[in-house]
Design a protein around this ligand. Structure first.
Ligand SMILES: Cc1cc2nc3c(=O)[nH]c(=O)nc-3n(C[C@H](O)[C@H](O)[C@H](O)COP(=O)(O)OP(=O)(O)OC[C@H]3O[C@@H](n4cnc5c(N)ncnc54)[C@H](O)[C@@H]3O)c2cc1C
Length: 395
């Protein structure tokens, strides 16, 4: 297996899509599970921590590490299997969907970063996309996983199973878990990143814990994922609102029409009033159930509007502004998104920060990027302070 310590390879994997740069000591390029185990052994002998990297599209530095970074893009292979697919952890999401298309299928969760993101990354982060209202998160479509544990032993996890070696440890975690979750686990659509303790408490299997665990429990090599039929019909409706708050307040009513996506774009992105885009998939009556202010877009306009949402930040960059990825996905109940956003913008405004807001209004999950002058004195301190305040606001 190839392990590199030369400066160029290390530098290439020192960044993701965040502002961070962490130079690894070495990078490895495994092509199968035994090579992953070999890489872990190599790192263990040298006392190096191991970080997995899939597509490198994380926005918080999660795939960066000072020790050995495992470039998993060589873990390939796609085997469609009825209403599911077995795929290597290094398979790209766009590549996977292209392979499924001739079978009339696709992966439901539609991470916007599909051109970079790979299977290991979307499973490890329990990713989802604009259509999470319809298709949920990746953790909900994982049927089986294969990987390698910290000791380098192969691991195969199936739904409903708790491997004997894990019974004692995970049994302790399960004790009293349901009561603890009932006391403090928020019942919101986008919920938490991190360990899916709610799914674990319900299913009582090891498989439920891996999506969202970001490489802390095992290194994934293959996944069996449920697929969905390709939609046959797609309608996109659009409405403008005088304020961002007005748009966000209407979003829950749009969700109730059976929408697959309810997305918001603020004035920074539209150049005019804030806009809601509402998509219905295979729901011909859906657009008619929307408030009268919505207009059903003709196919060409729909394509342009959706592309505008998909490439939101590209448009901002073209306008010469610098949006900082700082708190990408603050999530609240959709009904709370309007008041939450007002408070958040006031909080930023009191620190002299303007921000662009867009994202998944129907899921209560907003992308909020402060627009900054990178040369402004004291900027890092201001942003750190704002980040803590936003975290408190979400809590
Ligand atoms: C423009 C843009 C749009 C985005 N849109 C979305 C979106 O719509 N929805 C969303 O959820 N996220 C989104 N993201 C964030 C990011 O793309 C997702 O988190 C994605 O799932 C990461 O996949 P990746 O393959 O790039 O993983 P990486 O960034 O390489 O890694 C992500 C995490 O997974 C771990 N990991 C990777 N491979 C393995 C493995 N084989 N075994 C164990 N752990 C592993 C890494 O250690 C790291 O912790 C977006 C990012 C950008 C830049």
């Amino acid at each position: 297996m190839r392990i590199e310590q030369d400066a160029a390879e290390r530098e290439r994997l020192a960044r993701d899509r965040s502002s961070f740069r962490v130079l690894p000591a070495a990078v490895a390029f495994p092509r199968d599970a035994p090579e992953v185990a070999e890489a872990l052994g190599w790192a263990r002998e040298r006392g190096l921590a191991v970080t997995a990297r899939a597509g490198g599209s994380s926005v918080a530095g999660q795939c960066l590490g000072e020790g050995l970074v495992l470039d998993t893009s060589g873990l390939d292979g796609i085997e469609p299997d009825g209403e599911a697919v077995w795929c290597g952890a290094g398979v790209g999401l766009d590549e996977l969907n292209a392979a499924l298309e001739p079978h009339g299928r696709m992966l439901g969760p539609d991470t916007t970063s599909s051109e970079w993101a790979r299977v290991g990354g979307i499973v490890a982060t329990n990713a989802c996309g604009s259509r999470s209202l319809r298709y949920g998160r990746v953790g909900e479509v994982v049927q089986a996983l294969e990987g390698v544990d910290a000791a380098g032993a192969p691991l195969a996890l199936e739904a409903g199973e708790l491997p004997q070696a894990l019974v004692a440890g995970l049994g302790t975690v399960l004790e009293g878990l349901e009561q603890d979750l009932a006391a403090g686990w928020p019942a919101i659509h986008r919920g938490f990143g991190g360990y899916r303790l709610d799914a674990f408490a319900r299913e009582r299997d090891a498989l439920s814990l891996v999506p969202g665990s970001e490489g802390t429990l095992c290194l994934l090599t293959r996944a069996r994922l449920a697929t969905v039929p390709l939609p046959q019909r797609r309608d996109l409706s659009r409405a403008e609102f005088p304020t961002l708050r007005a748009a966000l307040d209407v979003a829950p009513a749009c969700v109730a029409t059976g929408a697959s996506a309810v997305e918001v774009l603020d004035t920074h992105l539209t150049g005019g009033d804030p806009v809601l885009l509402v998509e219905h998939l295979d729901e011909p009556d859906g657009p008619g159930r929307l408030p009268a202010v919505f207009e059903l877009l003709a196919p060409g306009d729909a394509e342009r509007a959706w592309r505008m949402r998909h490439d939101a930040l590209v448009h901002l960059a073209a306008a010469g502004r610098e949006p900082v990825a700082l708190f990408e996905d603050p999530a609240v109940a959709a009904e709370q998104a309007g008041p939450f956003c007002d408070e958040l913008l006031a909080l930023l405004g009191s620190r002299g920060l303007d921000a662009v807001v867009y994202g998944h209004a129907g899921a209560g999950c907003l992308h909020v990027r402060p627009l900054v002058d990178p040369r402004a004195p004291g900027l890092a301190r201001t942003l750190m302070d704002a980040q803590r305040a936003v975290a408190d606001l979400v809590a």
